[in-house]
Design a protein around this ligand. Sequence first.
Ligand SMILES: Nc1ncnc2c1ncn2[C@@H]1O[C@H](COP(=O)(O)OP(=O)(O)OP(=O)(O)O)[C@@H](O)[C@H]1O
Ligand SMILES: [Mg+2]
Length: 263
Amino acid sequence: MSMTKVICFANNKGGSGKSTTCSNVGYAMSAMGKRVLLIDGDMQMNLTLSFFDEETALEYAKNGKNLYTAMREQKDLYDFIVPTEYENLDMIPSSTLMSSIEFELFTKWQREFILRQGLTKIMALNKYDYILIDSPPTLGCWVMNIMCASDYLIVPVEASPWGLFGLANMFEFYEQVKQIAPKLELMGIAVTKASERKNYFKQTMETLAELDNVRLFENYIRIDSTVEWAQDNSKPVCAYKKSSRAAGEYTKLTEEVLKYANR
Ligand SMILES: Nc1ncnc2c1ncn2[C@@H]1O[C@H](COP(=O)(O)OP(=O)(O)OP(=O)(O)O)[C@@H](O)[C@H]1O
Ligand SMILES: [Mg+2]
């Protein structure tokens, strides 16, 4: 059995902090000595652009070193891994063509398991301790693929007035996925872009704490403009400015994630 643990970040609500959380938890894990593979499952390529400049990202999109090409041709993902500038941290980049992934999957046999199938070699080789997958803000066959390939689901939720909107659909979807991929476990909700002075922050935290069977991570991430500066420089904030508040908070969240994954 593979020792590699697969964690996906998903929420159908756009802008909830999926890509930021995936990139920083991934980077922080690698900085702690874990061997990490990041997979960008979104056509917006935000995870890819968190580690590569636009020119390099577009090169991967063009030369076939991307997830879309691998999935369309049902290839093993091992051959699509590219190194990042950081030790212990590799990536499978995305491409804007991921926009037609639903269409591509539609005619495939066992179409919910194409991604899991593609991870066979990487898992068998135990090349990584963790594989982290970023998702688009949708709930279709592709996100089902991402969840079916995962051991754990982390749901980033934005602490904003509309942050909880649609969360019920997300949990319903998760229950559906569990019927065909029973090993998937909801690790918890990670609150992002929090602003403690706002009324709705408290409301959001209270509402989330009241949810049945849903764990809330103790560490949440507050609004910090360093996150955006870091992204503008194609770096996760934990690598861009280690002393920033967001970097500290993401490091603590990562410790929580590791603790949970190793219970
Ligand atoms: N802690 C933070 N402080 C300030 N800005 C943040 C923080 N976290 C995320 N952001 C910003 O919020 C926006 C949305 O974040 P992100 O891209 O991670 O969300 P997402 O869920 O991946 O979005 P999408 O659904 O479009 O994929 C980005 O512009 C990002 O820079
Ligand atoms: Mg994103």
